[in-house]
Design a binder for this molecule. Structure first.
Ligand SMILES: Cc1ncc(COP(=O)(O)O)c(C=O)c1O
Length: 391
């Protein structure tokens, strides 16, 4: 009999009932160190007092009004995002998938309005992940995601990851944009080298293409800069954000330049919940923390500390781990044994990690984790690795 919850997830037998900082308490009372943050969502950890206050204060006054009206909390968050980024304008969504939908629509509308309606194709890369909608799975293009869900939405050209020559060769008079995650998340924590991001920006400029960055997982301070592309010294035309921006409240956004967004006039797009007062009150508070240079400096310091510990872990367990990779607090351990075995051994040793493609386990801890949490992370991962090596 089918479970009452549609069984599209292979769930671990863990039911958490409380969260505090980087710690989760299971129904049976066990305390787990959370190095997953709900897959890069709880950027400020669990139950951060400032977020609890922002949410409850707003809840006392007004939860939701339609986008048919002015929403001051939305205006405030948009202003903060515009001030802190390349963007001139922001549309709020409820998820990364929805941000992907708008990014694709926006790019196509731009060329439609520019008198080039044939320019609809978007170049994407192997191993990418942009969500589970029809456009999201078509953009990623992997067999695993699209099989059985045809007809696949046309207009995406899939290229090998890291192959700039393939990008240049794929550009035709139908090409509209390049869509890429600066650090692939689901694909196995694969950073795009700064030089490649610079080259992609240049290719877009030379061919009048739009550069769309998917920073749903790697944005909002995760890599130690507010947005990951800042490391490469480039800016996109359109950027997708979600996950960390809501700190656990379902919130996403598409940021864009005035030029790229110029086709999106009244009536061309919408969302019932996107940017409602509750979500934006929380998102604004997340922004106040994450955009603070002192906060980002701490992310970088803690990243160096965690990375150093993980390098030690790899050296101590060469049969279990191959390498550490990633940026900031978006780190991956490439495994020599099945990654799911390591994740499971982590559960047994009260530490949560997240599997990814390419046999990687992901460490996406709250950006607020403490130095003591990092020491504890090493201890627990070390025990998990020992258990996997000698089952
Ligand atoms: C890079 C990237 N884009 C898009 C998405 C989809 O976001 P959501 O699950 O919020 O729809 C994800 C989710 O994992 C992601 O990592």
């Amino acid at each position: 009999m089918i479970p009452s919850v549609l069984p599209t997830y292979n769930r671990a037998p863990l039911a958490f009932v409380k969260g505090e900082g980087a710690w989760l308490t299971e129904a049976d009372g066990r305390r787990f160190l959370d190095l997953g943050s709900g897959i890069a969502v709880n950027a400020l950890g669990h139950a951060h007092p400032a977020l609890v206050k922002a949410l409850t204060d707003q809840a006392q006054n007004l939860w939701h009004v339609s986008n048919l009206y002015v929403i001051p909390q939305q205006q405030a968050l948009a202003d903060k995002l515009v001030d802190a980024s390349f963007a001139d304008t922001v549309f709020f969504t409820n998820s990364g998938t929805e941000s992907c939908e708008l990014a694709v629509k926006m790019a196509r509308k731009y060329f439609y309005e520019a008198g080039q309606p044939e320019r609809v194709e978007i170049l994407t890369f192997d191993g990418s992940f942009h969500g589970r909608s029809s456009a999201g799975i078509a953009a990623a293009g992997s067999e695993k995601m699209i099989k059985g869900f045809g007809p696949v939405l046309p207009g995406f050209v899939h290229l090998p990851f890291g192959d700039l020559d393939a990008v240049r060769a794929a550009i035709t008079d139908r090409t509209a944009a390049i869509l890429i995650e600066p650090v692939q998340g689901e694909g196995g924590i694969r950073p795009v080298p700064d030089a490649d991001l610079k080259a992609l920006r240049q290719i877009c400029d030379e061919n009048d293409l739009l550069l769309i960055l998917d920073e749903v997982q790697c944005g909002m301070g995760r890599t130690g800069r507010l947005f990951a592309h800042e490391w490469a010294g480039i800016t996109p035309d359109i950027m997708m954000v979600a996950k960390g921006i809501g700190g656990g409240f379902p919130l996403g956004a598409v940021l864009a330049t005035e030029r790229a967004a110029s086709g999106m006039t009244a009536g061309t797009h919408g969302s019932t919940y996107g940017g409602n007062p509750l979500g934006c009150a929380v998102g604004s508070t997340v922004m106040d923390h994450v955009a603070d240079p002192a906060f980002l400096a701490e992310v970088n310091r803690k990243s160096a500390l965690l990375r150093q510990k993980l390098e030690g872990l790899v050296a101590d367990h060469p049969d279990v781990f191959e390498e550490v990779r990633g940026a900031g607090l978006m780190l991956g351990l490439k495994c020599r044994v099945p990654n799911v075995d390591v994740v499971r051994a982590g559960y047994d040793n009260l530490v949560i990690t997240v599997p990814a493609a390419d046999n990687v386990i992901r460490l996406l801890p709250p950006l607020t984790l403490t130095d003591e949490d990092i020491t504890e992370a090493f201890t627990r991962l070390d025990r998990a690795a020992t258990a996997v090596a000698a089952p």
